[in-house]
Design a protein around this ligand. Structure first.
Ligand code: FES
Ligand code: FES
Length: 213
């Protein structure tokens, strides 16, 4: 039996013309963080500068003036800002809730020029000159709105997350005159969901307030 060992594999020279392996490719690109690799060649600062230019570009913004709960407000916002985010993030009016943020739950309901709207789907910059009423604007002189009182009297909430939207929507429902019967209230309040299932008491509360207003 032969005792000869096979010759060791030839070690490639340190600076090889061979294409980089996956390991050397990753090590190189990691070390030169931020540089771009094009066709196996490392390029430097120009690519990095292009990236910075895109990131630092400010989104387009607009100035909008509207009246919120009787107070004139002027703000400059990103054109994509919803009325809900304007109220919550810019005006610190956090009574209107963000549930689905997609127009499906009614938690964000406010009145715009007296009409019920889902504020999460309403662009703030389209409301120049509008009158907005939120849950914070319903009580007058320290007295609760009759529907706020009715929600307490009828115990029409559990967790309370949907409640501000339910009350504002109920005010709209009453102003529209859709309170002739329980069925009618149910129908016209159907855009406001309550995951705690307080629907029977909510309808009773709207009916109580409609009777007293
Ligand atoms: Fe606007 Fe649900 S948060 S409809
Ligand atoms: Fe909890 Fe309506 S009271 S979701």
């Amino acid at each position: 039996m032969s005792t000869e060992h096979p010759a060791p594999a030839e070690i490639p020279p340190a600076e090889s013309d061979a294409p980089p392996t996956r390991r050397t490719f990753i090590a190189t690109t990691t070390a030169v963080s931020g540089a771009a690799v094009v066709g196996g060649l490392i390029t430097g600062p120009p690519a990095l500068a292009a990236t910075e230019a895109v990131v630092s570009e400010a989104p387009p913004g607009s100035r909008v003036s509207l009246t919120v709960n009787g107070v004139r407000r002027t703000v400059t916002v990103d054109n994509r800002t919803s009325l809900l985010d304007l109220l919550r993030e810019h005006l610190d009016l956090t009574g209107s809730k963000k549930g689905c943020n997609a127009g499906a739950c009614g938690a964000c309901t406010v009145l715009v020029d007296g009409r019920r709207v889902t504020s999460c789907l309403t662009l703030a910059v389209r409301l120049e000159g509008a009158e907005v009423t939120t849950i914070e604007g319903l009580e007058k002189g320290g007295r609760l709105h009759p529907l706020q009182q009715a929600f307490i009297d009828q115990d029409a909430f559990q967790c309370g997350f949907c409640t501000s939207g339910q009350i504002v929507s109920g005010v709209g429902c009453i102003q529209e005159g859709h309170t002739g019967s329980q069925d009618e209230i149910q129908e016209w309040m159907s855009g406001n969901l309550c995951r705690c299932g307080c629907y029977v008491k909510i309808v009773r509360a709207v009916q109580q307030a409609a009777d007293r207003m």
